[in-house]
Design a protein around this ligand. Structure first.
Ligand code: RM4
Ligand code: MN
Ligand code: MN
Length: 430
């Protein structure tokens, strides 16, 4: 029997912190009440917030230079599920995980679905992978996949995506996320117009295979591994593709997939307007697709994104149903701690955005009172909502201090015994 953090350990840990939390929560409640905000409403919304954990995020990631495996890291998707369930049991915010194929391939998906059920986790969007060649693969993706010049390669990539849909169907997923590395490293390498046509042609074959209640999430990325021109490089290309591919196609925003300083919240606003926002791959970055922990570098940007989301939610924007997922690589931290902290940072930004005094903001905007409008946003952003997050967790049988409880459990050291290191383990993004 593999180790799971006992509920009693979390309860004991909580007991030591409960009085302090009660005081902080009451004080914050009184403060918010003065601004006409009912803390219970906010806590309820935070408790209902869910974000999916990427299965590829629970292994130790690497850089282009090296990977330094951590002790007790998952050896296969069953171990990954266990870690995802642990993250959920501490945060109560991550009841689902997003699998990646063929990384998470198994021979019996019924068994995998059963295991997930027993652990109390569900499957979110399935991710396809045509950015690597797999052992024994017939044709190479070195020069592209869905947009390759050779039809046979395109067909192989289409088939892989169809296989992902079939697997996802068995696992109870409702969406396929497609990110392709296709593009050019040199001017002249490909015809920029033709490759977009090929993308649409290939993707329509994939879309045709989606079950009725499924969506496909098109993920854009500015550059890397293609360094001159990536086929789906930005939200404009993604939106053009989604519109051509029909109502099941939506645009996924990975925060790390934009040039530095790009106004991502404005992109989010445009995609909501178009009724095509699929959802997010949350992470943070300083320079490129750094895959750092959500909110680690620029929590204000994260807040501004959630500000757009709450705005859309409150005005009942049509076709607004974003999927929240994390997409990170943890090379120098314990991946479980990073994912726990990241889920909490997303919740924090959501809670802060819920505190924005929208009538006051609108009035200030109408009156061109720039300072007041800005201060209205800042007032919400600078409110320490930690007691709300902790109280939501406590009520859901999660941990008041998830990382503290995790460390107290000795989970990682116990897993290191249960999961002897496997030579050449491919966990994480290298
Ligand atoms: C990509 C992209 C995809 C993820 C891979 C591992 O940069 O973010 O979402 O599946 O990395
Ligand atoms: Mn991503
Ligand atoms: Mn990425």
């Amino acid at each position: 029997m593999s180790y799971r953090i006992p509920e009693s350990l979390v309860a004991e840990h909580n007991a030591k912190l409960a009085v302090g939390l009660g005081e902080d929560y009451a004080a914050l409640g009184r403060r918010l009440e003065r601004s006409g905000i009912d803390i219970e409403t906010v806590t309820g919304r935070v408790a209902a917030f869910e974000i999916a954990v990427p299965t590829w995020g629970v292994g130790t990631g690497g850089t282009r230079f090296a990977r330094f495996p951590g002790p007790g890291e998952p050896r296969n998707v069953f171990d990954k599920l266990e870690d995802c369930a642990t993250i959920h049991s501490l945060t109560r915010a991550t009841p689902s995980c997003s699998p990646h194929f063929p990384w998470d391939k198994v021979s019996d998906y019924g068994e995998l679905a059963e295991r997930a059920k027993a652990l109390g986790v569900r499957f979110d969007a399935v991710n396809s992978n045509t950015f690597q060649d797999q052992p024994g693969q017939k044709l190479s993706y070195k020069f592209g996949s869905l947009t390759h010049s050779d039809k046979a390669v395109r067909e192989q990539a289409i088939e892989h995506n169809v296989e992902c849909i079939e697997i996802g169907h068995k696992l109870g997923s409702k969406a396929l996320t497609v990110w392709i590395a296709d593009g050019a490293n040199f001017p002249g390498q490909s015809n920029l117009n033709r490759v977009f046509d090929l993308y649409l042609e290939s993707m329509s074959s994939v879309v045709a295979r989606l079950p009725d209640n499924w969506r496909v999430f098109l993920e854009h990325k500015l550059y890397e591994p293609a360094f001159y021109a990536t086929v789906i490089c930005d939200w404009g290309s993604s939106l053009m593709a989604a519109e051509a591919l029909g109502p099941k196609a939506h645009c996924l925003v990975d925060l790390g997939h934009h040039a530095p300083n790009v106004n991502i919240e404005q992109i989010v606003s445009r995609l909501i307007r178009a009724g095509r926002l699929a959802g997010f791959h949350f992470n943070d970055s300083k320079y490129g697709d750094d895959d750092l922990d959500t909110g680690a570098i620029d929590p204000f940007r994260l807040f501004l994104i959630f500000n757009e989301l709450v705005d859309a939610e409150q005005r009942n924007a049509p076709d607004f149903d974003p999927a929240y997922m994390l997409d990170q690589s943890h090379s120098v931290t314990d991946p479980i701690e990073s994912l726990v902290a990241s889920a909490m940072e997303a919740q924090r930004a959501y809670a802060q955005a819920l505190l924005v005094d929208r009538p006051a903001l609108e009035a200030a905007q109408e009156a061109n009172d720039v300072m007041l409008a800005h201060r209205t946003l800042k007032a919400a952003f600078t409110t320490d909502v930690s007691p709300i997050l902790a109280e939501a967790r406590r009520r859901g049988r999660g941990a008041i201090d998830p990382i503290g409880a995790y460390r107290a459990s000795n989970y990682r050291a116990l897993k290191a015994k249960e999961r002897p290191a496997v030579a050449g383990s491919s966990s994480g993004i290298v």
